[in-house]
Write a protein that binds this ligand. Structure first.
Ligand code: NAP
Length: 485
């Protein structure tokens, strides 16, 4: 590993607790690595359990005033967050490209998406509507009001370091909750920069607290053990999601879970080839394949399979692989060496079982955690990559004959986050969508993420939804008052 002086002296790297930037009580630091160069670019504080308790205390101290802040005022602070993130979008995008490795164009897209959560939830903050009805017995009036659920622990992954944080912080704040964000250890700098921007936008001290740590399990357990914490919102792997759900059971904490995916990408004979290819490139290659929504398995009907495979192989081979921050780059490095090893192992397993490589299939000979954009055909049903999240630039293609066969293959997974359907016949596409076990469907579209739409999965891809009005309900508790007057 190459060690460099810190290029980010001006960036916050300490814990953000109660509006203060504080070193860890242990003074331990965690290196942050640029996956394009393998260089250490900064180090951040490694929070202790004492720091975790201080963050809960800060969130608790700020909670009553924030919950009592008029919705209009909360809304205007959130709107200001949107404006300042937009103002600083170039700086944030470069930082994401550097610490995560994604191509700068992807990072810019992420920052725009991240900012939009503040604009959307600024608009939602003033629409926390209750309900009034007559009880069916006629003997009472049923009044339902919504209240902030309480202190929220927000845990986010490294693949969208800005957007996964703002997708939780914005609705939490709109609902009147205070929070503690635990960002991924691979990408802490973006979280701290956003914390700094939120403070500038007028988010009061203690309303948002941010902790980085090498001991995620212990630190999050400590926070969840505090009875003042009433919400856990997690985005990450299904494996860690299961661990956290078990932990949350101890204190019956309300959980929102955005977990892993294994998205099928279905292309029918009647699809427009270029529309399907453009959709495939977006669905597969946004973030270099490191997305929960990434197309993981391509099921292509026999009549279009050869043309689709050849064209996809050409488009993938044409991608420019390079450093995240290089504006010419179309596919950056993976987040770390372990990610590349996993991708290599999955491709090797598929090939050993009979798959053929028609693009890529190897690592480029260069510094950094790279894997070449890859297309595999003749992938057998036993290949591990049809069951596991590849989380990289690899497109396995399987040929099918009938609609029923395609749906059966698509649904043969424990996941249910995202599915893509490409057909020129919208009626057929709608009927197929109805039969797919998936929280979200891209019908002739390779990207669906939108702050105004409910994002989330079924089966083992998660619980609850983020974005839309649904996203704020996750941070609100209904209170029912039965009343006569
Ligand atoms: P991960 O390993 O599950 O980690 C996610 C977060 O959980 C990180 O902040 C991690 O901290 C923390 N964590 C790990 N173990 C923990 C524990 N025992 N208790 C509390 N927190 C713990 O996932 P990842 O590798 O960062 O992200 C990739 C995964 O996220 C993929 O499966 C992807 O599909 C999923 N994802 C889902 C969505 C969605 O909306 N459904 C969106 C994006 C990503 P450390 O970094 O310190 O380990």
């Amino acid at each position: 590993m190459v060690h460099m002086t810190q290029p980010h002296d001006s960036l916050p790297t300490d814990l953000f607790i109660g509006g203060q930037w504080l070193p860890s009580t242990s003074r331990q630091r965690i290196d942050v690595i640029d996956p394009s160069t393998e260089a250490v670019i900064a180090n951040v504080a490694d929070a202790t359990l004492e720091d975790a308790r201080a963050a809960v205390a800060a969130a608790a101290a700020a909670a009553p005033a924030w919950a009592a802040t008029p919705p209009r005022q909360r809304s205007e602070i959130l709107r200001r967050c949107f404006e300042l993130i937009s103002r600083d979008s170039d700086k944030i995008a470069r930082l994401i490209a550097q610490e995560n490795g994604k191509a700068l164009s992807d990072a810019r897209g992420e920052v725009a998406y991240a900012a939009e959560f503040f604009r959307w939830f600024a608009e939602e903050a003033v629409r926390i509507n209750g309900d009034l009805s007559k009880a069916p017995s006629g003997q009472a009036n049923t009044l339902v009001q919504y209240e902030p659920i309480g202190i929220a622990l927000l845990i986010t992954p490294w693949n969208f370091p800005a957007a996964m944080a703002t997708r939780k912080i914005a609705p939490a704040l709109a609902a009147g909750c205070t929070c503690i964000l635990k960002p991924a250890t691979e990408t802490p700098l973006t979280a701290y920069l956003i914390g700094q921007i939120l403070a500038e936008a007028g988010v009061p001290d203690g309303v948002v607290n941010i902790l980085t740590t090498r001991s995620a399990g212990k630190l999050c357990s400590e926070i969840l053990d505090d009875p003042r914490v009433r919400k856990l919102s997690f985005t990450g792997s299904t494996e860690v999601g299961r661990v956290l759900l078990r932990k949350a059971a101890d204190s019956v904490i309300n959980c929102s879970m955005e977990l892993g995916g294994n998205a099928p990408f279905l292309v029918f004979d009647d699809a427009d080839l270029e529309v399907a290819i453009d959709g495939a490139m977006l669905a597969k290659m946004r973030n270099g394949g490191e997305a929960c929504t990434a197309a993981n398995r391509f099921y292509v009907q026999r009549g279009i399979a050869e043309a689709f495979s050849a064209r996809l192989a050409q488009r993938m081979a044409d991608l420019r692989v390079g450093d995240g921050v290089d504006p010419q780059t179309q596919c950056g490095p993976m987040v770390n060496a372990a990610a590349v090893d996993k991708i290599s192992a999955l491709v090797n397993d598929a090939c050993a079982k009979g798959a053929k490589v028609i693009a890529g299939g190897d690592k480029p000979a260069r510094q950094g955690y790279f894997y070449n954009p890859t297309v595999l055909v003749d992938v057998p049903p036993t290949a591990d990559l049809l069951r596991e999240e590849i989380f990289g630039p690899v497109a396995p293609i399987v040929v099918f004959d009938t609609v029923d066969e395609a749906i059966k293959l698509a649904n043969a997974t424990e996941y249910g986050l995202m599915a893509y359907v490409f057909t020129a016949d919208i009626g057929k596409g709608m009927r197929i969508s109805a039969r797919l076990e998936s929280g979200m469907i891209g019908l002739n579209r390779g990207i669906v993420s939108d702050p105004a739409a409910p994002f989330g999965g079924v089966k083992q891809s998660g619980l609850g939804r983020e974005g839309a009005h649904h996203g704020m309900l996750e941070f609100l508790e209904a209170k029912y008052i039965s009343v006569n007057w």
